[in-house]
Write a protein that binds this ligand. Structure first.
Ligand code: IMP
Ligand code: MG
Length: 186
């Protein structure tokens, strides 16, 4: 059997640490949405694991939605061009939206989504990302809430992938460069 753990340079956030942070974010967001019924929207596929843990810590009334956007392809750096490949199922007009993302890198994805939702006349749009590569984007493209700040390293696990793989690792870890350097040159 292929051992995914062998491709990890270093574990950054263990299962326990991730669980604890989800609980804290859940408490903060439950308070914010205590009088509304937000559309909590997971950005597939990367946010799926974080979404599942976070929503179970949200005590307020809410509905789910999922969208798919892509900017990366098979590489480890953003192309900057965002494609919406699966749109919202819900009508956004007048609604409070909480976008759940795995990671903010360049910030283009969240900027694109916020602009789109305000064009569609959402009442409010907030974003929560598990990870924040805070040195990689200008402050105005930052997320409203996040789990952890990280350095500019390529990370996988807990939903985050490289070329579709490693999402099932229960922790977040830095991927060994040797795994992707050769493939990214192509
Ligand atoms: P942004 O538009 O550059 O902020 O990119 C955000 C998207 O890029 C995230 O939703 C991830 O899918 C992907 N991404 C950015 N950094 C990483 C990483 O270190 N590991 C895995 N995916 C990443
Ligand atoms: Mg993503």
């Amino acid at each position: 059997m292929y051992n995914l753990d062998n491709d990890i340079e270093k574990i950054l956030f263990s299962q326990d640490v991730l669980k604890k942070r989800c609980k804290e974010l859940g408490e903060e967001l439950s308070e914010i949405y205590k009088d509304s019924c937000p559309i909590v929207t997971g950005v597939l596929k990367g946010a799926s694991v974080f979404f599942a843990d976070l929503v179970r810590e949200l005590k307020c009334d809410l509905v789910f939605d999922f969208i798919t956007v892509s900017s990366y392809g098979l590489k480890t750096t953003s192309s900057g061009v965002i494609n919406m490949r699966k749109d919202f199922d819900n009508d956004i007009t007048g609604k409070d939206i909480l976008i759940v993302e795995d990671i903010v890198d360049s910030g283009f994805t969240l900027k694109y989504l916020k602009n789109l939702l305000y064009e569609r006349k959402a009442n409010s749009v907030r974003t929560v990302a598990l990870l924040n590569k805070y040195e990689c984007h200008p402050r105005e493209l930052d997320t409203d809430f996040y789990g952890f700040k990280i350095e500019n390293e390529f990370v996988v696990g807990y939903g985050l992938d490289y070329a579709g793989r490693y999402r099932n690792l229960p922790y977040v870890g830095i991927l060994k460069r040797s795994v992707y350097e050769k493939k990214d040159e192509k």
